[in-house]
Design a protein around this ligand. Structure first.
Ligand SMILES: C[S@@+](CC[C@H](N)C(=O)[O-])C[C@H]1O[C@@H](n2cnc3c(N)ncnc32)[C@H](O)[C@@H]1O
Length: 182
C-alpha cells in the first residue's frame, strides 16, 4: 500500500497525492512547546509523517492520540510501536467523544477540509474548539477556501509553505474568548 494508491482509491478522503514534505511537517510542528505538552491529538495522520516527528520530540510522559478514518492507513500506523501513541480508527467528526474528557494541548490536523461540505467542516471545527481549551489547533490547507470560517471561530495566523506537493497554507489557531450574554 502506498499513499498514492490510497489517493487513487479515494481522492476526496485522502486529499493529497503524497505525504506532506519535511518543510510542511516542520512548519506544522513549530507552534508546539514540547517542554510543557502532555496531550496532543492528531487528525488525519495518513502514513504517519507528523506522527513520527511528534513522537521524536514529545516528553516521555506525554500522550499522542492519532485519529484516522482509512483502515489501510490505520494498519500502517499501528506498526509504529510507542507506548505514548494511541491510534484510533475513527472519524474526526466524533473528536470530543473519541478523546473523552482529556485536556488537549494541541490538535495537529492534516484533514482534507477543502473537499468537505460546510456542515462537516463546521462540526469538526466546533469539536476542535470544545477539546482544546487554551491550546492551539494547527491545520494545513491547499487553498484559503475556509479562511473566513477559521477567522470567525479562532484567532489565526497563516504561513505559506511553497515546498510541498501542492504548496500549502498552515493555519495556527487559538480559541477566541467566548462573549457571555449581558
Ligand atoms: C491530506 S492526508 C494527510 C496525511 C498526513 N497527515 C500528511 O500530512 O501527509 C489526509 C488524511 O486524513 C484522513 N481523513 C480524511 N477524512 C477523515 C476524517 N473524517 N476523520 C479522520 N481522518 C480522515 C485521510 O484518510 C488521510 O489519511
Amino acid at each position: 500500500m502506498s499513499f498514492f494508491s490510497e489517493f487513487l482509491k479515494n481522492p476526496q478522503m485522502t486529499g493529497a497525492v503524497a505525504p506532506s514534505s519535511r518543510f510542511l511537517t516542520r512548519k506544522m510542528l513549530a507552534p508546539i512547546d514540547f517542554s510543557t505538552t502532555k496531550c496532543i491529538v492528531e487528525l488525519g495522520p495518513g502514513s504517519g509523517c507528523f506522527t513520527k516527528k511528534l513522537l521524536e520530540s514529545m516528553r516521555p510522559d506525554a500522550r499522542l492520540f492519532s485519529i484516522e478514518l482509512n483502515p489501510d492507513f490505520v494498519k500502517k500506523l499501528r506498526q509504529i510501536k510507542d507506548p505514548r501513541l494511541t491510534i484510533i480508527e475513527g472519524n474526526a467528526l466524533d473528536l470530543p467523544g473519541l478523546v473523552k474528557n482529556r485536556r488537549v494541548d494541541y490538535v495537529i490536523s492534516g484533514l482534507p477540509l477543502g473537499g468537505m461540505n460546510k456542515l462537516t467542516v463546521a462540526t469538526i471545527l466546533q469539536g476542535v474548539r470544545k477539546v482544546l481549551g487554551k491550546g492551539k489547533y494547527v491545520q494545513f490547507q491547499y487553498s484559503p477556501i475556509h479562511h473566513r470560517r477559521f477567522s470567525r471561530m479562532f484567532n489565526i495566523s497563516v504561513a505559506f509553505v511553497p515546498i510541498n506537493i501542492p504548496p500549502a497554507l498552515v493555519y495556527t489557531c487559538t480559541a477566541k474568548p467566548r462573549v457571555s450574554p449581558s
